[in-house]
Design a protein around this ligand. Structure first.
Ligand SMILES: *Cc1c(COP(=O)(O)O)cnc(C)c1O
Length: 421
């Protein structure tokens, strides 16, 4: 199946007489014939749903679909993108460990990595992701356990050189974890370029309609967890009668451990209803992404020609420093998100935003409706000037998430707001 077909048909395969549309299995619990069978579930020697904090058939169908879209061997849905980032890392790290992240990542990710994980004893070093392999190599330490990056950074709109990051990670025997939220598997499948783990905030394009916060972790199945750096995968897990993840689950060691250990303990699993809504979004994802990219490219070109604009960040623009990387990793488009700066002060940027009529001023991005936001006074408000700079955010930066309205209406709205400054 091609990806458009997978969006409609993966994950749920109704048998004779069963509902055509994925049912909402609104049940916390599952019925078994014997105590012995339930005992086997707890020992992980039998497969099956036990309790909806760990798995559920509706969520499971969506996990299977997203895994197929990314080319993974398994996926785990979470209640938010933040929970996906957190679990993707805690699954392989503990207090005393260290990891490296590109500095062009989502503001919430920076808070999580720089402030909260630090309280757990896990240290993150942020690096210039455009630096050479040799330079990034210098930041690796014996306790470094992962390399992290964002395929298209929110809101800096930089493009990660995934193959470069994969090379560096693998040379150091650690996995590459990437956040593929803005690109979605429609525009980029990072596993094809060497990423080991892919995470998403499904709240964005995957849901697409701004109805449900969610996240997902996808496992490529390609990383060798028995290389000596990850004893938690090769030594018995006391909480499951001595299960050894690499031995019992082979290629699926990572994603199984994330579910049966961390999801069991943290309980950030989405409801069946949440997964049902996410599935509706996934069904139309390819056609939405195509139009988002088309509209955004028009808007980016339009803004680029305006005298009132200082710069436009959109990797598909020919003058963009990320143009070459975008052609390699995002050949069919760079999503609907653009960031740009208006000439003048921070106040001019705010005036422009407040003058828009069609575009909604909301704390959200990657929706079917055109949205606008001033990162420095909202999503990235907690960051210091230095962190803002590193994340590629100037005080006048505006994030515009181009929706599916008529391109003529979107451009007219921008024009009338520009005329007011
Ligand atoms: C929004 C976002 C997140 C966080 O996701 P939530 O679903 O809001 O928790 C992580 N990464 C990126 C790139 C995002 O845009």
């Amino acid at each position: 199946m091609r990806i458009e077909t997978k969006c409609l048909h993966e994950g749920y395969h109704p048998q004779n007489g069963e509902p055509r549309v994925l049912p909402i299995y609104q049940s916390t619990t599952y019925n078994y014939d014997s105590t012995e069978h339930i005992g086997q579930l707890f020992d992980l020697t039998a497969a099956g749903h036990m309790y909806s904090r760990i798995s559920n058939p509706t969520v499971g169908a969506v996990e299977e679909k997203i895994s197929a879209l990314e080319g993974g061997i398994g996926a785990l849905c979470t209640t938010s993108g933040q929970a996906a980032s957190l679990i993707s890392l805690l699954n392989i790290m503990k207090a005393g460990d260290h990891f490296i992240s590109g500095s062009k990542v989502y503001g919430g990710t920076i808070n999580l990595f720089a402030v909260t994980l630090k309280k757990f004893g896990i240290e993150c070093t942020f690096v210039d992701q455009d630096a050479s392999e040799e330079e990034i190599q210098q930041y690796f330490k014996p306790n470094t356990k992962a390399l992290f990056g964002e395929v298209i950074a929110n809101p800096a709109m930089t493009v990660l050189d995934i193959e470069k990051f994969a090379n560096i990670a693998h040379r150091n025997q650690v996995p590459l974890i990437v956040d593929n939220t803005f690109a979605t598997p429609i525009l980029c499948r990072p596993i094809e370029f060497g990423a080991d783990i892919v995470i998403h905030s499904t709240t964005k394009y995957m849901d697409g309609h701004a109805v449900q916060v969610g996240g997902v972790i996808v496992d490529s199945g390609n990383f060798d967890w028995s290389n000596g750096k990850f004893p938690e995968f090769t030594e018995p897990d006391q909480s499951y009668h001595g299960v050894i993840y690499t031995q019992n689950f082979g290629q699926a060691a990572y994603i199984t451990k994330a579910r049966v250990q961390l999801m069991r303990d943290f309980g950030t699993y989405p409801s069946a209803n949440a997964a049902f809504l996410l599935n509706l979004g996934l069904e139309t994802l390819p056609i939405r992404m195509e139009r988002h990219c088309y509209n955004a490219e028009k808007v980016a070109n339009h803004l680029n020609q305006s005298e009132k604009i200082e710069f436009v960040n959109y990797p598909a623009l020919e003058g963009s420093p990320y143009y070459k990387l975008s052609k390699k990793y995002l050949p069919s488009g760079c999503s609907g998100v653009i960031s740009f700066s208006i000439k003048g002060s921070r106040e001019d940027a705010v005036k422009f935003i407040d003058s828009l009529n069609l575009a909604s001023n909301v704390v959200h991005v990657a929706d079917i409706r055109t949205l606008v936001l001033h990162p420095a006074s909202s999503t990235h408000r907690q960051l210091t000037d230095q962190q803002l700079n590193a994340a590629g955010i100037t005080p006048g930066l505006i994030r515009l998430s181009v929706g599916l309205e008529s391109i003529d209406d979107i451009i007219e709205d921008i024009e009338q707001a520009l005329a007011k400054i």
